[in-house]
Design a protein around this ligand. Structure first.
Ligand code: SF4
Length: 64
């Protein structure tokens, strides 16, 4: 599974990196981005899905 933060939609609410800091990082202004090229290891998809579902801007694309 892969995730990608669309910078055009991200408004910097920070829920992604609060909920799943192992998969998402913030820049100096609080905008989110994916870590590790967005690759989610097998067995850890649930945490990444929760973060994506909690993004108020629906800015996190999930590729199965
Ligand atoms: S939760 Fe969504 S809007 Fe907030 S920083 Fe993450 S990607 Fe951006």
């Amino acid at each position: 599974m892969k995730v990608h933060v669309d910078p055009a939609r991200c408004q910097g609410h920070g829920r992604c990196y609060d909920l799943a800091p192992q998969f998402f990082a913030s820049d100096d202004e609080g905008y989110g981005s994916e870590r590790n090229g967005g690759v989610i290891p097998d067995g850890q998809e649930h945490e990444a899905q929760v973060a994506a579902m909690n993004c108020p801007e629906m800015a996190i694309d999930v590729e199965q």
